[in-house]
Ligand binder design. Structure first.
Ligand code: HEC
Ligand code: HEC
Length: 219
């Protein structure tokens, strides 16, 4: 990325110890966008990558870098389609996608967004923790981690994620708007969920406290 004033001032912050210098390029994109028309990610994903739950803008802070980068590539290549996010992902170069993914992964995950009562949705909790074996539906936590914190670059965190965002993704797989992903697992799983199941399981995960594989949760 060409140096510009924003980048230079962010590099200044980095050298003052406020931003990890390794992620200065990504920080510049996140906070200010690019000089070739990409809007600031922060305007939708929040000043600290915490997301905007009520608008269905997902949390990015503390998510796995490899996962975020893969999603940006899928959005840029049209394998995953969203009218808002696709053109933004397309506007980034491969280097910029890697830099901004690394930056968000380096941020501490925010505490639970809504502060709602955990485990308030028994039907959602059953699906999340036990699945529905009569239908060959495995428990969500078998892949997404016991606390919904995600596992590596393949299985993203669901705990504390916007319930609207989770619902939108499950509908996107049902409608073919999101690539089937690794082994087509989520397309099959989404096809076994009713609209009510989707609401319940999304509500359940949204109320769980955010915890991340890198173990950093903001107080
Ligand atoms: C105008 C609002 C807006 C802006 C600006 C924006 N995004 Fe998004 N972003 C969204 C929406 C909406 C979604 C959810 C898309 C969907 O439902 O599939 C999303 C989803 C994502 C995802 C997928 C997350 C996941 O868990 O799979 C990534 C990664 C992402 N955005 C990164 C970025 C980056 C990096 C920038 C800045 C270069 C950015 N976004 C700017 C609205 C925005
Ligand atoms: C067999 C493994 C497996 C199981 C079980 C599973 N998932 Fe997933 N899930 C995945 C994979 C792999 C991805 C990443 C897909 C991609 O890369 O596009 C994913 C992604 C997701 C996402 C997208 C998150 C984001 O940040 O965009 C949601 C939402 C989700 N799963 C919900 C669920 C729910 C709800 C359940 C239980 C009903 C569930 N998953 C069970 C493997 C699984």
């Amino acid at each position: 990325m060409r140096p510009n004033l924003t980048l230079i001032s962010l590099v200044g912050l980095a050298s003052a110890g406020m931003i990890n210098p390794a992620f200065a390029d990504g920080a510049a994109i996140a906070q200010r966008g690019t000089d070739h028309g990409t809007p600031a990610c922060a305007s939708c994903h929040g000043a600290n990558g915490e997301g905007m739950a009520a608008s269905g803008f997902p949390r990015l802070a503390g998510m796995n870098a490899g996962y975020l980068q893969t999603q940006l590539v899928a959005l840029a290549k049209g394998q995953r389609v969203n009218p808002v996010m696709s053109p933004i992902a397309k506007s980034l170069s491969a280097e910029e996608r890697a830099a901004v993914a690394g930056y968000y992964a380096s941020l501490p995950a925010p505490a639970t967004a809504a502060g709602a009562t955990p485990h308030a949705n028994p039907a959602g909790e059953r699906l999340a923790l036990q699945g529905r074996w009569a239908q060959g539906l495995p428990a969500c936590i078998q892949c997404h981690g016991a606390t919904g914190a995600g596992v590596g670059a393949t299985f993203p965190a669901l705990a504390g994620q916007s319930s609207i965002y989770i619902e939108n993704q499950l509908h996107a797989w049902q409608q073919g708007a999101r690539a089937p992903g690794p082994l087509g697992l989520m397309k099959v799983i989404a096809s076994k969920l009713s609209a009510t199941d989707i609401r319940d399981v999304a509500a359940y995960f949204a109320t769980l406290p955010v915890s991340t594989a890198n173990g950093r949760t903001k107080p």
